[in-house]
Design a binder for this molecule. Structure first.
Ligand code: ZN
Ligand code: ZN
Length: 338
């Protein structure tokens, strides 16, 4: 798809200089709408507006603050659309940076909100608890010391400004998106348990939320239940999308991916190496918290800030859980009894 080239180059350049890209048409009937994530190292997240036979669909719904709302309105305007014309907002997953504006859009535009049942807050609360509950349980299983856990929870509460009483209008699992003919929902867990991607077969596009980025490892969902294995979930999801016949993958952060088959293969190879590193570290350390301190990170463990350590320890626990389930590290030796 020739049209994608300037878009990718522009958004890659913006990502590299830490800027929020301008809204832009991706191809006929599809617009990219980046919004700022003020104060976050991610800098921005990108929503996509897609014209379907049944009306406009918004994929993801930004972050709940004024700058993100204004960026959404500017993006809709660039696409020649009003909020009242957005028929459905489908949320790839229930993280604060992907759902924040959904309810405001519903109130002001009458937009229906769609999400996978496993990422629907009410259902999630009854199974594994809310966003912060899951995180806290994960930190306890990982054996994070009390004072560190408290600091991590304080930092998490600051970003988790989303409303967990959000009630969706539609639950979507697999198959055609109701109200968005031509868009197919694929359940692609790993980053969260109810994460979905959206496939536009006609345009050969795939919208992937936080499943895979052009660079870096995908953050795993917190392990909080006995059966949770987000590492294995993510592997299956990456394999699934790697095989799809699409020309462009449009993620929720960074910039679009042109060769998704190669990118998913490389991501899987890097994840395999990381798993081996975690396995080696696990031989000489106890809890996930202790294992995390032995791994290589972008900066030395001792210099890492609370938020970076929180992401790191959740990620390490996800790897250890996969190793335990695969039988290469024993039982729950690396999990603290909570
Ligand atoms: Zn996310
Ligand atoms: Zn995100």
């Amino acid at each position: 798809m020739d049209m994608s080239i300037p878009l990718v180059a522009e958004q890659r350049a913006a990502f590299r200089r830490g800027a929020v890209p301008a809204p832009r048409q991706v191809t006929d009937g599809v617009w990219s709408i980046p919004v700022p994530l003020t104060g976050s190292p991610l800098v921005s997240m990108t929503m996509y507006l897609v014209e379907t036979a049944e009306g406009l669909v918004l994929i993801d719904a930004g972050y709940d603050d004024g700058p993100a709302w204004r960026a959404l309105l500017a993006g809709l305007e660039a696409a020649g659309a009003a909020p009242s014309e957005v028929r459905t907002a489908v949320l790839t997953h229930n993280h604060p940076d992907h759902i924040g504006l959904a309810d405001r859009l519903r109130r002001e535009g009458g937009t229906a909100i769609a999400v996978h049942p496993l990422d629907c807050f009410a259902a999630q609360r009854s199974v594994r608890g809310g966003f912060l509950d899951q995180l806290e349980r994960s930190l306890r299983i990982a054996g994070v010391p009390e004072a560190e856990t408290e600091a991590m929870m304080r930092s998490a509460r600051r970003v988790a400004r989303h409303d967990e009483s959000l009630v969706p209008d539609l639950l979507v699992t697999e198959g055609e998106l109701p109200g968005g003919a031509g868009l197919e929902v694929l359940h692609t867990p790993g980053h969260t348990y109810g994460h979905v991607s959206l496939l536009d077969r006609g345009r050969r596009l795939l919208f992937t939320g936080d499943l895979v980025m052009p660079s870096g490892d995908t953050q795993l969902a917190p392990v909080s239940l006995e059966e949770d294995d987000p590492f294995r979930d993510l592997s299956a999801s990456l394999r699934r999308i790697g095989d799809l016949a699409v020309d462009l993958v449009l993620p929720g952060h960074q910039y679009p991916i042109e060769d998704h088959a190669r990118r998913t293969r490389e991501a899987e190879a890097a994840r395999g190496e990381r798993l081996a590193e975690v396995e080696r570290a696990a031989r000489s350390a106890g809890t996930a918290w202790e294992v995390a301190a032995l791994l290589t990170w972008p900066r030395p463990w001792a210099d890492m800030r609370t938020t970076a350590k929180r992401f790191a320890v959740v990620q390490t626990l996800g790897h250890l859980r996969a190793l335990q389930r695969g039988g290469s590290v024993p039982g729950s030796a690396h999990e603290a009894s909570s």
